[in-house]
Design a protein around this ligand. Structure first.
Ligand code: SF4
Length: 65
C-alpha cells in the first residue's frame, strides 16, 4: 500500500492521527498532516483505511503497490 496526503486540503481535524498514529502526524505549529511513512506495514493497513474514511475533506488516498 502507498499512502498520499494532499496537504493543501487538510483542515487539521486530527482524525487520521487518531486512527493511525504510526502513519499520520501533524505539524506542531500549523496542525497540517504529514506522513510518518508512505508505505505502512501490512498490519497498519486497516487503520490507514479507517483514516481514509474518517477524513472530512478526502485528503488521503491510497494505492495498492
Ligand atoms: S483527517 Fe484529513 S483533514 Fe483531518 S488531519 Fe487528517 S488529513 Fe487533515
Amino acid at each position: 500500500m502507498h499512502v498520499h496526503v494532499e496537504k493543501d486540503k487538510c483542515i487539521r481535524s486530527g482524525n487520521c492521527t487518531v486512527a493511525a498514529p504510526d502513519v499520520f502526524d501533524q505539524y506542531e505549529d500549523s496542525g497540517v498532516v504529514f506522513l510518518r511513512t508512505d508505505h505502512p506495514a501490512p498490519e497498519q493497513e486497516g487503520d490507514v483505511r479507517d483514516a481514509v474514511s474518517m477524513c472530512p475533506v478526502l485528503a488521503i488516498t491510497v494505492t495498492e503497490k
